[in-house]
Design a binder for this molecule. Structure first.
Ligand code: GAP
Length: 497
């Protein structure tokens, strides 16, 4: 590149703003309570969003339970006994460092303030990783370098850095005193630990084994930004794998490999993923890695893989006074508290990742040098909110009725859509934008046994299947349509971009 030549941003690149706009326009995600001006950090998943989110959750659930004989499922309560959170360390340790601007009183997460500043000014990075800085070091760095991002005051006047507990508190019943204090769970996994003995006994589980769970978690985050990336209410897909002490390192490596492979399997290219090793470990962890994805805002965490030792079970044993140990009949009835490897993925962050990865504004002009862009989501068909759209070429001539009949036949096995308004070209574009991998078009050949000249119509009883990614079309017999679609889903290959 010549000196002084400006790098021009690609106007067709994926940005978070484009994803937010598509999500709102097409019914994936809306701001919660929008009619009242919106509830900060809360989002509603619309008709397409709920299908898409459920497909991601089902893919994870299938991967973790159906495909692993040694992993079973659980759905534990959001409200756990308050002592659970004392034992887990959340009452004492689950906090973020916060700092307030003395000029405008805006509250910030001190570590994120530094992180954002360093991202924009890489030459001014502090001399050590941010997650190892003390409160005093953070305060000194912020005082010296960072203007408040809310009021932009040049004075840089801040309070000291303090810890802010992220758990939401409420009271059960009509009396709001400490005896009735209850927390909204900040992670799903504690229910797995408190149920450990019940699961072993009721299902005759033998260590090593895992327990998978998907559900809502709640954190009183100081900042929410980047759409659904960081919110107060979110869903986690967690699996706790109980293993014999001494085998935790190999088990950790096994699950790191498996979780990485999951993302490749559902179409995330390896170059878009990166490991982040934790320099500073959580109070329960012996080792920890995050899988990060290259979002339009940069590489950010989608899943954590944690080596949690016997911390949680030991703590629950101490606080509950109930024996949490396991008797290993395959090892001379040795008694021990199992070690735990955790895989903890954010469902909402997976949602955002799969959308960002799938998004393309593709020039589909047929003449060289001209431009005709379509917005397309190259989603894996197993994740796409709609699998098949059935489109009659026109409303008249019995085509609409036939298309409805075909949609009815497909409904039992696939999520379908039916669209008759506008040209077929426009309808294809609408389906491309929501990631529908297959459109089935019903035309006069589908319903006419003979041609106008009275000769036999060889295309009678067939439909056109149009593929989202290649935009190619294939004529398929109605009697073969189910099998054809099943095979197309099974043999789907992500487009290389
Ligand atoms: N049980 C371990 C645990 O909760 P974590 O790293 O705090 O670990 C795991 O959270 C995952 O949950 C993260 O990788 C992220 O995907 C998701 N997550 C955490 N906080 C979130 C938030 N405020 N909004 C959306 N997702 C969040």
């Amino acid at each position: 590149m010549a000196k002084n030549e400006k790098v021009v941003a690609d106007p067709h690149a994926c940005t978070l703003d484009k994803i937010i706009s598509l999500c709102k326009r097409r019914g994936f995600v809306y701001q919660a309570s929008e009619i009242y001006g919106g509830q900060a950090g809360a989002w509603d998943y619309g008709p397409l969003g709920v299908e898409f989110k459920r497909n991601i959750q089902n893919a994870w659930w299938k991967e973790m339970t159906q495909l692993h004989d040694d992993v079973v499922g659980l759905d534990s309560a959001i409200f756990q006994h308050h002592t659970t959170w004392e034992a887990s360390g959340h009452v004492g340790h689950f906090s973020d460092p916060m700092i307030d601007c003395l000029e405008c009183q805006a509250r910030h997460r001190a570590d994120k303030l530094i992180e954002d500043f360093v991202a924009a000014n890489p030459d001014k990075a502090p001399g050590k990783p941010i997650d190892t800085m003390s409160h005093e070091e953070m305060k000194a760095y912020i005082d010296e370098n960072i203007e408040c991002p809310t009021c932009h005051s040049k004075n840089k006047k801040y309070t000291a850095v303090r810890e802010f507990n992220l758990m939401f508190k409420t009271h059960q019943g009509p009396i709001a005193d400490d005896a009735h204090l209850i927390y909204l769970r900040p992670e799903t996994c504690q229910g797995i630990f408190t149920d450990f003995k019940s699961i072993v006994q009721s299902n005759r589980m033998k260590v090593p084994f895992g327990v998978a769970q998907v559900g809502k978690s709640f954190r009183n985050e100081i900042i929410f930004k980047n759409f659904i990336f960081r919110t107060c209410e979110f869903e986690q897909m967690e699996m706790e794998y109980f293993c014999k002490p001494g085998t935790e390192d190999e088990t950790f490596e096994r699950w790191r490999k498996e979780r990485w492979a999951f993302y490749l399997k559902y179409g995330i290219p390896e170059k878009q993923l990166k490991w982040h090793h934790h320099d500073k470990l959580a109070h329960y962890a012996k080792d920890a890695y995050d899988i990060t994805y290259n979002f339009p805002i940069g590489f950010e965490e989608i899943e954590g893989i944690h080596s949690r030792t016997d911390f949680d079970l030991s703590q629950h044993q101490e606080y509950s006074k109930k024996d949490m140990s396991y008797i290993d009949q395959e090892d001379g009835n040795k008694k021990y508290i199992p070690y735990v490897i955790e895989t903890s993925a954010g469902l909402n962050r997976n949602f955002l990742m799969f959308l960002c990865e799938a998004y393309e504004e593709e020039n589909v002009a047929t003449e060289e040098g001209t431009e005709d862009y379509r917005t397309v989501l190259h989603l894996d068909p197993r994740l796409a909110p709609v699998t098949v759209a059935v489109l009659p070429l026109m409303k008249k001539g019995g085509l609409a009725e036939k298309a409805k009949e075909i949609q009815h036949l497909l409904k039992e096995d696939f999520v379908t859509d039916y669209d008759v308004s506008g040209t077929v070209g426009k309808r294809y574009r609408r389906q491309d934008e929501i990631g529908t991998p297959f459109c089935v078009t019903v035309d006069f050949d589908t319903i006419q046994e003979t041609k106008d000249d009275g000769s036999k119509n060889d295309l009678f009883g067939t439909v056109t299947v149009r593929f989202r990614d290649s935009m190619e079309q294939e004529r398929v017999k109605l009697s073969d349509l189910h099998t054809f679609l099943f095979n197309a889903i099974k043999n789907y290959k992500p487009v290389e971009r």
